[in-house]
Write a protein that binds this ligand. Structure first.
Ligand code: AMP
Length: 136
């Protein structure tokens, strides 16, 4: 993809701080980190988002995510890590080349992102019934 920033990074046309690379994946530091060591893991082959990625590429990416997350925990002394994945503009995706954020975490680091809400009576059951129609 000519106009994809992460394809350019994979091709070595834009410099990044690379942590790890193998045949199918690349892990590099996010240019605007939410925490020290905030890393992006991308497939080398262009896929817009998770839904566009093939199962073998998803597997390769997740193996790299685990490898890098473990190394970040050990090297930085992080107490945990959050995985982030924005799929679609409404979810906050800005770069449309599938990527997983690994954000090293510490107790009370103030990075809690999501509000916990509640279901009304019958709402959860209706959602499950509807979703099941689309699970193939
Ligand atoms: P998202 O909102 O999930 O699409 O996040 C895209 C991420 O890519 C953001 O956190 C950016 O800081 C990061 N990013 C964009 N361009 C670069 C770059 N050239 N090098 C490293 N990270 C980048």
């Amino acid at each position: 993809m000519d106009d994809c920033v992460f394809c350019k990074i994979v091709a070595g046309e834009i410099p990044v701080h690379t942590l790890y690379e193998d045949a199918h994946t690349l892990a590099f530091l996010d240019i605007h980190p939410d925490a020290k060591g905030h890393t992006l893991v991308v497939p080398k082959a262009h896929a817009t988002d998770l839904l566009a990625a093939t199962p073998d590429i998803i597997a390769a990416v997740m193996v790299t995510v685990q490898k890098v997350a473990r190394a970040l925990m050990q090297s930085l002394g992080a107490e945990g890590f959050t995985l982030g994945m924005n799929n679609g503009a409404a979810a906050g995706q800005v770069v449309f080349h599938w990527h997983t954020h690994i954000i090293p975490r510490a107790q009370d680091d103030g990075l809690k992102p999501w509000p916990g809400k509640s279901y009304k009576s019958g709402e959860a059951e209706a959602i499950i019934e509807n979703v099941k129609k689309y699970l193939v």
